[in-house]
Design a protein around this ligand. Structure first.
Ligand code: ZN
Length: 160
């Protein structure tokens, strides 16, 4: 089967930044499953699977605009340290969930002083070029339930 809109694709992947540093890999874990065209994964990677089939292996270079976006310095904020009094072992690099008016967002602690905490709400991979090494493990049709939910069930997907 050839992957097209609404195909379920299972892939093994490794992703590195432009300096060759490993960012993430599925090695040793279940393959990652997504429904093609549903936006389950970043657009630059998703579109590379159109027309591919089981066994295909290829490299995809994803620029920030097709990945996690460019970095936005306005998403860096300095907050009084007292607001973090409930958090033990606060340290640089720590990721925290922050409640905003609308929703939940993940911020990374980038700087700490006795009085202030600098947090960055950019996605940790924003602004990075991502080099994916992928292998197509399976291509199949999505069930109507999967299409309703907008995600894959079973291996590599949701179990619920
Ligand atoms: Zn579901």
């Amino acid at each position: 089967m050839i992957a097209a809109q609404n195909s379920v694709v299972l892939m093994d992947y490794t992703v590195k930044d432009d300096e060759g540093n490993m960012i993430d890999t599925s090695a040793g874990q279940e393959p990652l499953a997504f429904i093609l065209g549903m936006g389950n994964i970043i657009p630059g990677l998703e579109k590379a699977f159109v027309g591919k089939q089981k066994g295909d292996a290829f490299v995809v270079r994803v620029k920030p605009e097709d990945g996690y976006g460019e970095r936005d310095d306005s998403l860096i904020e300095i907050v009084p340290r007292a607001q973090f009094s409930g958090i033990k072992d606060l340290r640089v690099g720590m990721q925290l969930q922050a409640q905003t008016d609308e929703d939940m967002m993940v911020v990374t602690v980038v700087k700490l002083t006795d009085k202030e905490v600098t947090v960055d709400a950019n996605h940790p991979l924003a602004g990075k070029i991502l080099n994916f090494d992928v292998k197509v493990v399976e291509v199949r049709g999505a069930t109507s339930e999967e299409l309703n939910h907008g995600h894959v069930h079973g291996l590599g997907g949701h179990n619920h």
